[in-house]
Ligand binder design. Sequence first.
Ligand code: ZN
Length: 80
Amino acid sequence: MLRLLLNSSKNNLFNNMAKTICDWSKKDLLKHPEKLHALTREACFFCKKCGRVANTKKALCKGEAFAAQSSKIAKVDFAA
Ligand SMILES: [Zn+2]
């Protein structure tokens, strides 16, 4: 009954994927470029903290709308 606690860090990494693109590591970006594309296509929000952009506020840690002009926000399910 040997359990390697170190393996749990892999799960944490995976859970972080479902957070914001601000939290993605370089590895995550390279692993899921299609997700990044889906979230950043026609971006109308930007992150006040780190400057990333997305088409949904939920994908950013400090999301802010570029302008109140576009209501054409694609709904993207990025919850893994
Ligand atoms: Zn951010």
